[in-house]
Design a protein around this ligand. Structure first.
Ligand SMILES: [Zn+2]
Length: 129
């Protein structure tokens, strides 16, 4: 398993682009949620972003999720936001504004986009003011 694997870095993350108004969004529907145009296209996403907010789960709600673990709102560099787990670091080291990148893990038939600290982007690390 290599973090530098291009397949891992690029991954299957993609968004929907409205060709009428330029809005980029994650959940594909029949029309753009901003202007209702049906002129839509698919755009790959870099998988890079920042932690917008997060919480640490310390209670076990599901046998497959052993606490403590982090649920975060990720602000992707391209604009859309998504909820996922922060992995690959201690929960207490997660910070708002922390650069993260997607790491894809197969769970049965599904490929999940989890996020880990983006060590290639430490120069601007810190909380936005
Ligand atoms: Zn639109």
């Amino acid at each position: 398993m290599s973090a530098a694997n291009p397949k891992t870095a690029a991954g299957p993350l993609e968004a929907t682009l409205c060709k009428a108004c330029g809005h980029l969004f994650l959940l594909r529907g029949p029309v753009c949620p901003r202007c209702w145009s049906s002129n839509l296209a698919t755009r790959p996403l870099s998988g890079h972003g920042r932690v917008a907010t997060f919480t640490v789960y310390r209670q076990q709600y599901d046998p497959g999720h052993v606490p403590p673990y982090v649920i975060a709102l990720i602000a992707l560099n391209e604009g859309p936001r998504m909820i996922s787990n922060i992995v690959g670091c201690a929960p207490e080291s997660v910070r708002v504004g922390m650069p993260v990148r997607a790491r894809f893990e197969r769970r049965g038939e599904r490929v999940l986009a989890l996020f880990e600290p983006d060590v290639s982007n430490t120069a601007s690390q810190g909380e936005p003011r």
